[in-house]
Design a protein around this ligand. Structure first.
Ligand code: 4NP
Length: 163
């Protein structure tokens, strides 16, 4: 265990918290549940921007997720807060812009917790591209990438944090 909550706390972060990070949140949450680790690993999501606070995930994300057996129900957009850097153990940026915003906001002592989510994927892509202005393929690509990175993240946490 890595902190006082007794859990490993993971925060998925994008810009709006309505497309990529809610998708990553739901995909990783299901993987954790299927592995029987929901009591040990907790996952949430947030956006660096404030535009969509309180909104449901984008309908296109909800529909694409549902087709693959994931539910985004109950997720509402929230903005990343400075307190999140102490609470969470892994704060995972969907792209380099999110990563830079998070580093700019976080006290230096927490910089090591901030990573690009795609670092955990066995894939050359280093970012989950913003699908907001894309067609349906953009939303499928988000799911392909976050499924891969989620699998890598769970293996990493099992090796690094759970013994
Ligand atoms: P997300 O996508 O960061 O994956 O949630 C976006 C959602 C909304 C906007 C940009 C990206 N927007 O500019 O409103």
């Amino acid at each position: 265990m890595t902190n006082s909550t007794g859990k490993i706390n993971v925060l998925m972060v994008c810009l709006g918290n309505i497309c990529r990070s809610p998708s990553a949140h739901a995909v990783f949450k299901k993987l954790v549940a299927d592995a029987g680790l929901s009591e040990i690993i907790s996952v949430e999501s947030a956006g660096t921007g404030s535009y969509h606070i309180g909104e449901k995930p984008d309908k296109r994300s909800r529909e694409a997720a549902k087709k693959r057996g994931y539910s985004l129900r109950g997720i509402r957009a929230q903005q990343l807060q400075v307190e999140d850097f102490s609470h969470y153990d892994y704060l995972l940026a969907m792209d380099e812009n999110n990563f830079a915003s998070m580093l700019a906001m976080a006290p230096k002592q927490y910089h090591h917790k901030i990573r690009l989510f795609m670092e955990f994927a066995n894939n050359a892509a280093m970012a989950v591209p913003d699908p907001y202005y894309s067609g349906a393929d953009g939303f499928e690509l988000v799911l392909d990438l976050v499924e891969e990175a989620s699998a890598g993240l769970l293996s990493h946490i099992k090796q690094q944090d759970l013994h």
